[in-house]
Design a protein around this ligand. Structure first.
Ligand code: GDP
Ligand code: IMO
Ligand code: MG
Length: 407
């Protein structure tokens, strides 16, 4: 089965959505397997901007069936509004094109409320992700199948009680959502989503048996993995290739494993960032790269590439290919630095690559890129021990150079 997985190799926002959108031209299925509406994947098609949080980036291709897997947590209000937004611009999102795993967990208003009260230390997106995964582990989660079958009132009551008590203990009289209102809203959402919700195991097994071309779309990035990232400054799900199988519950032989690397580093929220640039260089990257979160609008912290971290991410995930995005942002910036190793005192040792100033979108092949840009890319390829597959030179669907056809 020609299964390809696309994973962010840094702290998220590497441009996964754009890469998946390009590759989905040839896909039958596009599948999300973890995370929730904390993700924000921005895609530009012919001058139109789409921001997807939950729905896989294959939705913009009429031939693709899009699947949200069991490892995800789904804010049904956010999902319904995303579906309505797509319908409004003529994208069809019926049950024939969007399937939802019955075992995916529901993010409720209680999760959002408690995340907004307590997520500040990490700098979460406030979308209720951590509390929803925590309630899943606490066995008081609500699954999409429970919504469909209207069998969730008891667990919603348990959530109201648990989070109400926490809010009271931590924040005195912080208002919590009204139970009857939450119950009614979820019942209404269950009716609206009824025909999308199914057991995905036979669907994915059949896809594998029929050799369908399937694309698996990561959310967040390797360093935000709950087990293998920069804990506790992480999200609440597994974001790696290994984690994808857990989220799906069905074995998929990922032949092609693409690590998406932004040409510099960014991070939203708190936590370590050894190559962060605090001065005008960081500001320049942020302005040129438009580094503001698609989900919360927060300015992203910016810095140089961190090769020790990337080597580890590539080795962990056995990425076969690397897709480098936002190369155009480096153009006109001055000399480009890449951290190649950590010094004994914990500071970083950098290698420098020559500045370039060309309009990269004009390049139609690797050989037409400026020599120092080529040098940087070949250096990354050899350091990461993965083949250069795609180079992104702008946000649009066509701003991409296919160095090697990855699938
Ligand atoms: P994702 O979460 O990994 O899908 O990434 P985001 O969509 O959150 O952030 C990537 C941002 O960079 C989006 O606004 C994209 O439109 C934009 N983008 C993607 N690739 C490129 C590129 O090659 N050049 C430029 N300038 N922008 C890009
Ligand atoms: P995409 O898919 C960047 C970060 C948050 C915070 C931490 C925990 O667009 O790459 P959470 O709300 O998940 O509990 O927040 O993780 N974070 C992301 N940063 N891109 C994302 O998704 C992210 N999803 C979560 O900023 O630091
Ligand atoms: Mg994003």
């Amino acid at each position: 089965m020609p299964a390809t997985i696309v994973i962010g190799a840094q702290w998220g926002d590497e441009g996964k959505g754009k890469i998946v959108d390009v590759l989905s031209h040839d896909a039958d299925l596009v599948v999300r397997f973890g995370g929730g509406a904390n993700a924000g994947h921005t895609i530009w098609v012919g001058g139109n901007k789409f921001v997807l949080h939950l729905i896989p980036s294959g939705i913009l291709r009429q031939r693709c069936i899009n699947i949200i897997g069991g490892g995800c947590v789904i804010d049904v209000a956010s999902l319904l509004s995303e579906m309505a937004g797509l319908r409004a611009v003529g994208v069809t999102v019926g049950p024939d094109r969007l399937l939802l795993a019955e075992n995916a967990h529901v993010v409720t208003a209680y999760h959002r409320a408690i995340d907004q009260l307590s997520g500040g230390k990490i700098g979460t997106t406030g979308r209720g992700i951590g509390p929803a995964y925590a309630d899943k582990a606490r066995r008081i989660g609500i699954r999409l199948g429970d919504l469909r079958d209207d069998a969730f009132e008891a667990n919603l009551g348990a959530q109201a009680e648990f989070h109400g008590a926490t809010a009271k203990a931590l924040h005195g009289d912080a208002p919590m959502p009204d139970f009857d209102q939450v119950l009614d809203d979820l019942r209404a959402a269950g009716r609206q989503l009824h025909d999308h919700i199914c057991d995905l195991v036979p669907v994915l097994v059949r896809a594998r048996q029929q050799n369908l071309r399937a694309l698996f779309e990561g959310a967040q990035g390797v360093l935000l993995d709950i087990d293998h990232g920069t804990y506790p400054f992480v999200t609440s799900s597994n974001t790696t290739v290994a984690g994808a199988l857990g989220g799906l519950g069905v074995h998929m032989p990922f032949e092609t494993r693409i690590g998406v690397v932004k040409a510099y580093s960014t991070r939203v929220g708190n936590g370590p960032f050894p190559t962060e640039l605090h001065g005008p260089e960081g500001e320049q990257l942020r302005t040129k790269g438009q580094e503001y979160g698609a989900t919360t609008g927060r300015p992203r912290r910016c810095g140089w590439l961190d090769l020790p971290q990337l080597r580890r991410a590539f080795a962990m995930n056995a990425f076969t290919h690397v897709a480098v995005t936002k190369l155009d942002v480096l153009s006109g910036l001055g000399p480009i630095r890449v951290a190649v190793e950590e010094n004994a005192d914990g500071t970083m040792h950098y290698e420098e690559f020559g500045a370039f100033d060309a309009d990269l979108t004009a390049a139609r092949s690797f050989g037409e890129l400026p020599p120092s840009c080529q040098q940087l890319l070949r250096f990354l390829e050899s350091q990461l021990e993965a083949r250069l597959a795609m180079l992104s030179t702008g946000p649009g669907r066509d701003d991409v150079l296919d160095v090697e056809h990855a699938w």
